[in-house]
Design a binder for this molecule. Structure first.
Ligand code: TTP
Ligand code: MG
Length: 391
């Protein structure tokens, strides 16, 4: 039996989330990316009403404002989009264990084994659409086909709020009339080269003599042609959840100077936390690892009442653990910190953190953005530089 691969992509995702939060925005040309007065920056996304005026993702805000002067411009709230994305992911996991999230609003699901349970492709799609809607009030589009490539093209063809099923054996006919730009993997450069060969539709690419492709693109020309023929074997790869995240370092010379050791530890902690937040996870268990000069290795762990990815919480755990590590009056060869009992960051902060935690989250979010842009070394919490408490 051939594989059945489902592709789901949320419609005008950021804009739709805003419309759920504020129903007065429904049916209006809504543009996410900048506030009413912002002139710099680009459009993240636009509601389908705004797209009618030619507004699209990555367009400079200035141009969007010119095309759609009566549009409603919003800066956007990434945390709200992340939360919505998480809720959609939870629904997707009820359809099949093979879910591969590819972006904040898009995933592939291998539904080959779910056919009997649900009663076929159409029933799976209907179930998914209605459950996502019940859970989030958000519209999405679904494509189902024998492989990821064709499923994605099907979704794009059925947007918005649509569903399209491509049966086994129909892949090639489905793709044939489409312009080559619709084929995933064909960028502007390849498109230009193909156009210069007189190839403008996917069907023409599928029929091109292989030798011409070989001469123009080398070996990758074959892969291109197989895509155009609707052939793709790439598997759905569920992202494996990390079990732990940590950082450790071995010193060049064994150290006895605890203030220096701590400074390095807090630096490692910062790096590990950055990695943790990057995979959008939180920890409930902080482990301090010490290898002493005699090569004995000790770990000291603390379980937290609530999962966290916030520096201040982890720092206070480490401060509780450090005196135990110092009890052995030996030189230190290696120091490290790791986080385990990981869960996805649910952003349920108000439940346990209140305003204080939310303030921290905002700070960290800004700090991580700077680190992502300028490198991790650009920003440190005062403690990891001076060894003094900074919180
Ligand atoms: P897309 O799925 O590409 O776009 P969309 O969901 O807004 O619209 P549709 O799928 O119906 O065509 O991207 C998902 C979100 O990612 C989008 O809502 C905003 C964000 N995004 C950007 O911030 N910048 C971009 O250039 C793109 C393409 C998307
Ligand atoms: Mg989308």
């Amino acid at each position: 039996m051939s594989r059945r691969i489902l592709h789901v992509d949320m419609d005008a995702f950021f804009a739709s989330v805003e419309q759920v939060r504020n129903p007065a925005l429904k049916g209006k040309p809504l543009i996410i990316g900048g506030g009413a007065k912002d002139t710099r920056g680009v459009v993240s996304t636009a509601s389908y009403e705004a797209r009618k005026y030619g507004v699209h993702s990555a367009m400079p805000l200035v141009e969007a404002r010119r095309l759609c002067p009566h549009g409603i411009f919003l800066r956007g709230d990434y945390q709200a989009y992340q939360e919505a994305s998480q809720r959609v992911a939870t629904v997707m996991e009820t359809v099949s264990p093979y879910v591969e999230g590819v972006s904040i609003d898009e995933a592939y699901i291998d539904v080959t084994g779910s056919q009997h349970l649900f009663g076929g492709d159409d029933a799976i799609a209907a179930y998914l659409k209605s459950h996502i809607f019940n859970e989030t009030q958000l519209p999405c589009t679904i494509g189902i086909a024998p492989n990821k490539l064709v499923a994605k093209v099907a979704t794009d063809a059925a947007k918005p709020d649509g569903y399209l099923r491509i049966d086994a054996g129909k892949e090639r006919d489905f793709l044939r009339p489409m312009p080559i730009g619709k084929l995933p993997g064909i960028g502007p450069h390849t498109e230009k080269l193909l156009t210069s060969l007189g190839v403008t539709t996917i069907g023409q690419l599928a029929d091109l003599p292989p030798l011409i492709l070989l001469n123009t693109f080398g070996q990758s020309g074959y892969a291109l042609q197989r895509s155009a023929q609707g052939v793709s074997t790439s598997p759905v790869e569920p992202v494996r959840r990390a079990k732990s995240v940590g950082r450790e370092t071995t010193f060049e010379h064994d150290l006895l100077d605890w203030p220096s050791i701590e400074r390095i530890l807090f630096h490692l902690c910062e790096r590990a936390l950055y990695a943790l937040r990057e995979i959008q996870m939180e920890t409930r268990c902080v482990t301090l690892k010490v290898r002493y000069g005699d090569f004995s290795t000790y770990t000291f762990a603390k379980t937290l009442a609530q999962p966290t990815c916030i520096d201040a919480d982890i720092h206070s755990s480490l401060r509780e653990l450090l005196p135990k590590a110092k009890e052995r009056r030996l030189r230190v060869r290696l120091i490290g910190v790791s986080f385990s009992s990981l869960t996805y960051n649910q952003h349920q902060l108000p439940l346990f953190g209140g305003e204080q935690t939310q303030r921290w989250e905002r700070v960290l979010d800004g700090a991580d953005r700077i680190r992502a842009r300028y490198g991790l070394e650009s920003l440190h919490f005062a403690r990891s530089i001076t060894g003094k408490r900074s919180e």
